[in-house]
Write a new protein. Structure first.
Length: 343
């Protein structure tokens, strides 16, 4: 979709406003953050951004607003015009889409996925050799950091995360994913892990959108009759095991964590016994089924979502009652943004 086409449809190219604060990116917190509207981007049209807008919001790609960087990309934090909300701008270093049309098609398909449990992809920019993605910013860290590093996630929150991610996957595998091309389906499968589960301002778990937009070189045509560690169902099973054990384990070794074991043998000791054995057994059985699933069709159905919804409903704590993010947590969050936004 070209800039002209967007304008013809009545969708304006949104112009960023630069970060008002100077110095390090931590200075975007405090008063400025309180002024930002928390209305979200529910009605935001998928947009092709002008490169000049991107350079404005990133202060010409200044190190002052970098929130993560690795060998393949840099991620910057910005604020949309009129303080509409924070965004993450991902700048690729290796030009994964040589052709503009390829990126437009890939990004546009991911932008069509709209669900409360998916981080919203707001748009993209393809200018000469530059390739960039713009997404809603998730302020409260990753599941990986909370489980594997903070080690203080309560049982009720773990059930809530399982339910929220199941909601996202059920949507992707039914309404949202049915008509999408193979490369996007594979991106969802490959991008699912504790590192791509993010927490929004209400501490609700969401699935990252950055991992949905990537170049796919080849497709391993999967067939029924064998377990595939890259499948959505298997990867969801690994997340369930992560939630039970609190441990980070390579996907291929996850079955070893639970096979032939009683639920009390696998539970995270950091829970200190504060969990329901009956509820944990349901999660363990579901995880085991996911890890053995051989059908190409996803196991994550409305029935699975309903089961997890019933479990978390018994333990439900309103977002306003969830433990607040502390200053120490915010500092840790800044250092872990690499894992959040690189996926």
């Amino acid at each position: 979709m070209s800039k002209t086409a967007l304008n013809d449809l009545g969708s304006r190219i949104i112009r960023f406003s630069p970060l008002a604060a100077s110095g390090t990116h931590d200075q975007t917190k405090g008063k400025k953050e309180e002024e930002v509207k928390n209305e979200g981007f529910i009605n935001w049209p998928f947009t092709e951004f002008f490169f000049s807008d991107i350079t404005t919001v990133t202060k010409n790609f200044s190190s002052e607003v970098i929130i993560s960087e690795d060998s393949s990309n840099v991620v910057y934090k910005g604020i949309l015009q009129d303080n509409l909300g924070f965004v993450a701008v991902k700048r690729f270093k290796n030009k994964p889409w040589p052709d503009h049309d390829d990126m437009e098609e890939e990004a546009s398909e991911a932008g069509e996925l709209k669900h409360k449990r998916l981080v919203k992809l707001l748009g993209y920019c393809s200018h000469e050799d530059e390739r960039l993605l713009v997404a809603e910013f998730m302020p409260n860290d990753t599941l990986a950091h909370r489980l594997f590093h903070q080690k203080n996630m309560e049982w009720s929150m773990r059930l809530r995360v399982a339910y929220h991610i199941a909601e996202a996957l059920e949507y992707c595998n039914s309404a949202g994913l049915a008509n999408l091309r193979t490369s996007l389906r594979i991106s969802i499968e490959d991008g699912l892990s504790a590192y791509t589960v993010l927490f929004d301002k209400d501490d609700d778990a969401c699935l990252s959108c950055f991992g949905l937009v990537r170049e796919v070189i080849a497709y391993d045509k999967r067939t029924t009759g064998s377990v595939h560690t890259e499948s959505v169902t298997y990867r969801f099973g690994t997340i369930l095991v992560n939630l039970l054990t609190g441990m980070e384990t390579p996907p291929s070794h996850v079955p070893e964590m639970i096979n032939g074991k009683d639920v009390t043998d696998v539970m995270d000791p950091n829970l200190k016994g504060k969990f329901s054995k009956e509820e944990a057994a349901v999660i363990l059985n579901l995880a085991s089924e996911c890890l053995q699933w051989t059908d190409r069709k996803s196991l994550i159905t409305e029935e699975v979502v309903a089961t997890l919804e019933a479990l978390q409903a018994k333990n439900e704590v309103p977002s306003s009652k969830m433990p607040q993010v502390t200053k120490q947590h915010e500092e840790a969050s800044s250092s872990s943004q690499q894992q959040q936004l690189d996926h």
